[in-house]
Design a protein around this ligand. Structure first.
Ligand code: ADP
Length: 605
């Protein structure tokens, strides 16, 4: 990393720290300065006291120095304790803000990025790196320690500056002292570098294992997996896998720790020998004459503190440099752009819901794939039309909807809303005209009412009405707490477990509550039998009224009431028309699928 990049990241990091919690960082820095100054108070006053004692001053003067020392230490200690507890309180706010940043980013990202495996890996890596020691919190403590050590160095230099002016101390003695100091620092630099290298190698190797074991824990802890684990007797296999993984990580960690211990021991031996040498040198030269007893005590203590602080500062700076790599990765995640937010046109709010959509020669490939999921799709549908999208699994139906709702942009071609490329519209406005029930919709462990409204504040009457229209009316009556009933037991022990079919009805109600001009059902009825699916679709058809409704299903029978049916096959639209027209085309895909499925629906027919 270049120096300019280091500077830029450091500046941004400090800004980030302040934005996470100003109170926390200010308290931390002030507490650090006071903590650093504290040991110098008794050193300074004790030296003066000793001199007065040596000079034979009276008890009054001596008592004054004692009281002054105790008083200042007492006040500073009180302030330090108060700042530390304020710091702890603000710390909770900071950790929450940091956590929230990830959730906020995930919600603001383009959907395409959320589905992207590389983005998921990066996010998982920076989140898991909190375990490696190099992370955003390391930045807090490093900054705090840098300020503390610099204060100590400043105080030590201030209190020992006169030492280097003393004529009584010979030049070689002064040079030896500075040499000793430099050697101690060099020792620390070499040791820290080696320890950091060993850490870096180990944690670099751990990224993948951490991720795998995170996924593993998620799977094992989730009660949804509990059924499969028991039925397929997976416990032993999972345990063996996990134990092998842990053993491998522990072995590598042990090797790293042993290497670091050897380096640290060598450093302790070296630096203690050097410190002892400096100590003896100081004492012998000072005792040579020309220096007061109090000053000897002060110089010795301050130079020892200077040695320690300078050595720690070198360590802090090295850690800060290593941590920059983490911060670079951290920012690279938060800098992932959302290119969806480029348009600015407002979507005309029409009372007559007069919207129309056109796919013009649209082709699409998912990121990091070579195969096209959609190929040369051309389709126009009119206001209020009921469109069905049918085809085999994997033929591109959901992809077609994802593109229409602008969760992805086409690789080639364009999609138009009322004749204007949808990229030109304000993204949020555009997306607000769609209500979609996806195949893999998710409900959250909040109340039923909040799930339907997709928000905390809602119109109760409207929510009830939508639930009834979606076929959940009877079940709602049976719930003791009505709309305030919590779904699932994750957040509330009185929560209700709902079946797949019931969940789909709630998801349908949610789509109805949004009351958007476009209603899309992407096989939301997969947990229902074909006849129930037909009923749901028919009911939805009545509810949709003048809205543009799009139904996706691989069950052709469910969609035959639609004005227009688009038949997808291997990413292409191979036929369009109404049920009668399509069935009349013998040898066509629709004809083939209809007859293949018809045998299952004889009673319905
Ligand atoms: P359908 O809804 O008709 O079952 P999809 O639109 O889901 O089909 O899928 C069309 C093709 O795109 C399939 O080959 C599928 O594997 C592929 N596909 C779907 N989602 C993704 C994705 N997120 N990344 C890569 N390929 C995908």
């Amino acid at each position: 990393m270049k120096l300019s990049e280091h500077m830029q990241i450091a500046k941004r990091s400090v800004g980030l720290l302040f934005s996470l919690s100003k109170a926390h960082i200010i308290c931390r820095i002030l507490a650090s300065v006071i903590g650093a100054v504290l040991p110098y108070v008794p050193i300074y006053f004790s030296a003066r006291l000793l001199d007065r004692l040596y000079e034979g001053s009276g008890a009054g003067v001596l008592a004054f120095y004692v009281l002054l020392t105790v008083g200042i230490v007492f006040l500073l200690s009180l302030l330090h304790t108060w700042l530390s507890s304020r710091r702890r309180m603000a710390g909770t706010e900071m950790y929450r803000n940091e956590n929230w940043k990830y959730s906020e980013k995930a919600m603001q990202m383009a959907y395409e990025s959320i589905e992207d495996r590389d983005v998921a890996l990066l996010r998982s890596r920076i989140q898991r790196e909190t375990q490696t020691g190099y992370n955003i919190f390391q930045l807090f403590s490093t900054l705090e320690q840098i300020v503390g050590n610099m204060t100590k160095i400043g105080m030590s230099l201030w209190l020992t500056a006169s030492f280097f002016m003393l004529k009584a101390i010979s030049l070689p003695a002064k040079a030896a002292l500075i040499g000793g100091l430099a050697l101690t620092l060099l020792c620390r630099i070499v040791t820290t570098k080696r320890v950091a290298k060993l850490d870096e190698r180990f944690y670099g190797e751990c990224v993948y294992w951490n991720m795998v074991s995170g996924k593993f824990d998620e799977y094992v802890d989730d009660y949804h997996s509990g059924k499969d684990i028991r039925i397929y007797d997976m416990a032993e296999g999972l345990l063996t896998y996990s134990t092998a993984l842990n053993r491998e990580v522990c072995r590598k960690e042990h090797r790293k720790n042993m290497g670091q211990t050897r380096v640290r021991l060598a450093n302790v031996v070296m630096s203690r020998i050097l410190q002892f040498g400096v100590y003896l040198l100081l004492l012998s030269t000072a005792l040579g004459g020309g220096v007061s007893v109090g000053s000897i005590a002060r110089y010795v203590s301050c130079i020892m503190l200077l040695l320690e602080a300078a050595s720690n500062l070198v360590y802090n700076l090295q850690v800060a440099i290593v941590n920059q790599e983490y911060m670079k990765r951290f920012f690279s995640y938060f800098d992932i752009p959302n290119h969806m937010y480029q348009g600015s046109l407002t979507v005309e709010k029409r009372d007559d819901n007069d919207y129309n959509v056109e796919f013009r020669d649209v082709s699409f490939r998912y990121p990091h794939t070579q195969e096209y999921a959609l190929r040369h799709v051309n389709l126009k549908f009119k206001v209020g039309e009921k469109l069905a999208v049918v085809g085999m699994n994997g033929s591109g139906k959901t992809t077609f909807i994802k593109l229409m709702c602008r969760l992805y942009d086409p690789t080639e071609g364009e999609i138009l809303l009322n004749g204007v490329n949808i990229k030109k519209y304000d993204y949020e406005e555009y997306i607000s005209i769609f209500s979609v029930v996806f195949q893999d919709f998710r409900l959250f462990s909040f109340t039923l009412g909040q799930n339907v409204a997709a928000g905390t504040v809602y119109d109760e009457t409207l929510v009830r009405q939508c639930l009834e229209q979606a076929g959940f009316g009877e079940r709602l009556e049976s719930l003791g707490m009505g709309l305030d009933t919590c779904l699932y037991k994750d957040c509330d022990e009185n929560g209700v477990e709902i079946s797949g079919g019931e969940a789909q009805k709630i998801a349908l109600a949610r789509a109805l509550y949004k009351d958007a001009p476009f209603m899309i059902l992407d096989e939301p009825t997969a947990a229902l039998d074909p006849i129930s699916e037909y009923e749901v679709f028919s009911r939805f058809n009545e509810i949709a009224k003048d809205k543009t409704a799009i139904y996706i299903s691989h069950r052709l029978a469910s969609c035959r009431f639609c004005d227009k049916i688009a038949v997808f096959d291997e990413g292409r639209i191979v036929q369009t028309g109404n049920h009668g027209e399509l069935l009349a085309q013998e040898g066509g895909k629709y004809y083939e699928l209809w007859h293949a499925q018809a045998q299952y629906y004889t009673s319905e027919q």
